[in-house]
Design a protein around this ligand. Structure first.
Ligand SMILES: C[S@@+](CC[C@H](N)C(=O)[O-])C[C@H]1O[C@@H](n2cnc3c(N)ncnc32)[C@H](O)[C@@H]1O
Length: 205
């Protein structure tokens, strides 16, 4: 694992027990609705969730799907494992880095992630892995916060980004739409309900 990845993984390991508490207000006000919109777009039977975290998306898993989920932080995955048992969720959880997925090419109908590519150390490498393991005609669905298109806000975001990375391991200045467009998908579209910073991205292989 590259040194950067070790640092970011450790940030999430440290945050894991407090993660849901820290996000509770934003979750109730905004994220929950966005998760509903994201998961409403899932298609097919074999679904991969990347960066599963503490399992906040478990409530949205389609009941008849074969679910696989990965995260590279053992402590986040431990929270997800506990929640899986508590809620009797049917999912195979794996400790894995999205930058080097241990799955065969063309494996999944839908690959999905929420607020993950803000912290993946090499985001284009990770996004290319999603392309690789996605079936032809399958889709990648991402809910991400990105750098604002408004120059003054973008400048502020760039300025405070190092402090945010040091605190929680997430970058607030990623250009995930541009990044995914560089990965070979046949079509990339942004859900029209997306705002300047929160983007619901749909990519078709
Ligand atoms: C901000 S949290 C979001 C968790 C969850 N998706 C949610 O919506 O609450 C980001 C998650 O991505 C994971 N992550 C970051 N980089 C990763 C990588 N390279 N491989 C796998 N997981 C990664 C972190 O460990 C963390 O659990």
């Amino acid at each position: 694992m590259k040194p950067d990845s070790i640092v970011i993984k450790k940030r999430y390991d440290r945050l894991a027990p407090y993660f849901e508490g820290l996000e509770a207000v934003m979750e109730g006000l905004f994220f929950k609705n966005w998760r509903k919109r994201l998961w409403a777009k899932v298609e097919g039977h074999h679904i991969l969730e990347v960066g599963v975290g503490t399992g906040k998306n478990f409530d949205f898993y389609p009941v008849d799907a074969r679910m696989t989920a990965i995260d590279f932080s053992p402590e986040m995955l431990k929270q997800a494992t506990n929640k899986k048992a508590r809620k009797a969720v049917s999912v195979e959880l794996n400790l894995m880095d999205v930058q080097s997925l241990d799955f065969a090419d063309n494996s999944f109908d839908t690959i999905i992630g929420s607020f993950v590519f803000c912290s993946v150390p090499l985001p284009v490498k990770g996004l290319k892995e999603l392309y690789r393991v996605c079936k032809p005609g399958g889709q990648v669905l991402l809910l991400e916060h990105v750098l604002s298109s408004k120059p003054v806000i973008a400048k502020t975001m760039n300025f405070i980004n190092p402090a945010i990375v040091a605190l929680v391991g997430a970058n607030i200045n990623r250009n995930t739409v541009k990044n995914i467009k560089a990965c070979g998908f046949a079509l990339v579209r942004i859900d029209e309900r997306s705002g300047d910073i929160i983007k619901l991205i749909e990519a078709r292989k």
